[in-house]
Ligand binder design. Structure first.
Ligand SMILES: Cc1cc2nc3c(=O)[nH]c(=O)nc-3n(C[C@H](O)[C@H](O)[C@H](O)COP(=O)(O)OP(=O)(O)OC[C@H]3O[C@@H](n4cnc5c(N)ncnc54)[C@H](O)[C@@H]3O)c2cc1C
Length: 381
């Protein structure tokens, strides 16, 4: 039997819904998480597992840095190994224009205390020996050794299990159909299994957040965009860093078990709910991977898949309150909702629990779209 009331109802059991359920239940809140499928069924279970603090906007960089501080101890905190490791992110610099932007980024990143530096082509090869700087068309790179990876499935499940121990309830295969609002306040959530009375609803529905927001009469600018990724056969462990290029859109790294996991924007990439994988993605990825690391030219691809980015006009998330009392946004994560989830969850739990926030989040509220928006530049695709 489904419980019919809660302090907070979270819609979506992706990494953000699970992490928030943990932070809220830790604070004694009675929490229900609803998902029409299961834990990590959305973008979370399809993600590249990367955790990067090297961003061009201070908002993303601080959220990621604070999240890394949480990730560093998260396996202990959740009593569950989330597979966190810090092999760094190596971001290609292709020409003088890139170099100018990289210098600006590094200056800002250093100002918030990040250990990051610009390296030359020789050092690229020292850090990832299989890379070919000429093939990459790289004159250098930025490198941050505390960037890294964690397992998105294990992280989401780790958070969910810890939340359940603290009293949170997860109802899977339960779809939210309506949000009841009266006198501008949240009253309840109607699902295909019954109604739950609550004063607080969190919209953590990933690429479906726009539809969920509409249920409460709120318009979000988010768009779902299909992204593709692949994983190869496992090979001997060769490198630890994630390699990325904003110009070529490619990212790849070697997983714990030896596989290469990566992606690149497909020539057929489109907005909307399209799940079909494309051959042109495979071709482009194979071509670019071969240029970056010629030794990987003959590696076998085991699997490719698709998922959605929940993209906002400035590639920054939408967090916090709306004009409807009790309706909280936790979406619009574009391509980086996994890496910032620990800090996002902490901040939203503080907001919902009327605590002082560790960081201000007003600049990430939905109200920012009324004015001029400044787009995050450090995005792939
Ligand atoms: C190919 C790819 C690679 C990526 N690589 C990275 C990376 O390296 N690092 C990184 O940080 N991020 C990456 N991302 C982005 C990251 O995966 C997402 O930003 C993050 O997982 C979003 O998590 P979420 O919890 O907000 O949403 P989701 O994981 O999408 O979860 C939303 C959930 O809401 C549920 N839902 C929707 N509507 C309803 C409804 N009406 N009722 C009930 N439930 C509903 C869905 O079933 C889903 O489970 C990548 C994404 C993709 C697709």
């Amino acid at each position: 039997m489904m419980k019919n009331n809660a302090d907070v109802v979270i819609i979506g059991a992706g990494i953000n819904g699970c992490a928030l359920a943990y932070e809220l239940s830790k604070r004694g809140k009675d929490v229900i998480v609803l998902d029409r499928r299961h834990i990590a069924a959305g973008a979370t279970g399809r993600c590249g597992a990367g955790i990067r603090q090297q961003w061009s906007t201070k908002e993303n960089a601080i959220l990621a840095k604070k999240s890394v501080e949480i990730f560093e101890n998260l396996s202990n905190e959740l009593n569950y190994d989330i597979g966190f490791r810090q092999g760094g992110y190596l971001i290609a610099i292709h020409d003088e224009n890139d170099m100018q932007q990289a210098k600006k980024n590094v200056e800002m990143q250093k100002s918030i205390g990040l250990d990051v530096r610009i390296i030359d082509a020789d050092e690229i090869k020292e850090i990832v020996p299989i890379l070919e700087p000429k093939g990459m068309e790289a004159i250098g790179a930025t490198f941050c050794p505390t960037d890294g990876h964690a397992d998105p499935f294990k992280t989401a499940y780790g958070y969910a299990m810890a939340a359940i121990k603290q009293g949170a309830r997860f109802y899977k295969f339960t779809e939210v159909k309506k949000i009841r609002v009266k006198d501008n306040e949240i009253k309840s959530v109607v699902t295909d299994r019954g109604e739950i009375k609550t004063g607080v609803v969190v919209n953590a529905a990933g690429a479906w957040s726009k539809q969920v927001a509409k249920m409460a009469g709120i318009e979000l600018p988010n768009k779902p965009v299909r992204k593709e990724a692949l994983v190869t056969e496992p090979i001997k462990r060769i490198f630890d860093a994630m390699v990325i290029s904003f110009r070529h859109g490619i990212y790849f790294s070697q997983m714990e078990e030896g596989q290469i996991l990566g992606g690149i924007p497909s020539p057929e990439e489109k907005t909307g709910y399209h799940t079909e994988p494309t051959f042109s993605f495979l071709q482009r990825m194979a071509y670019m991977l071969g240029k970056y690391a010629p030794v990987l030219k003959s590696i076998n691809v085991m699997r490719q898949w698709t998922g959605y980015y929940d993209v906002t006009p400035d590639a920054l998330p939408i967090l916090g309150k709306t004009s409807i009392e009790g309706f909280i946004q936790c979406n619009g994560f574009s391509g980086h909702g996994f890496m910032i989830s620990p800090m996002v969850a902490r901040l939203l739990a503080q907001l919902i629990n009327d605590e002082k926030l560790d960081l201000p989040i007003e600049r990430l509220s939905i109200n920012r779209f009324k004015g001029k928006v400044f787009k995050e530049k450090s995005v792939v695709g």
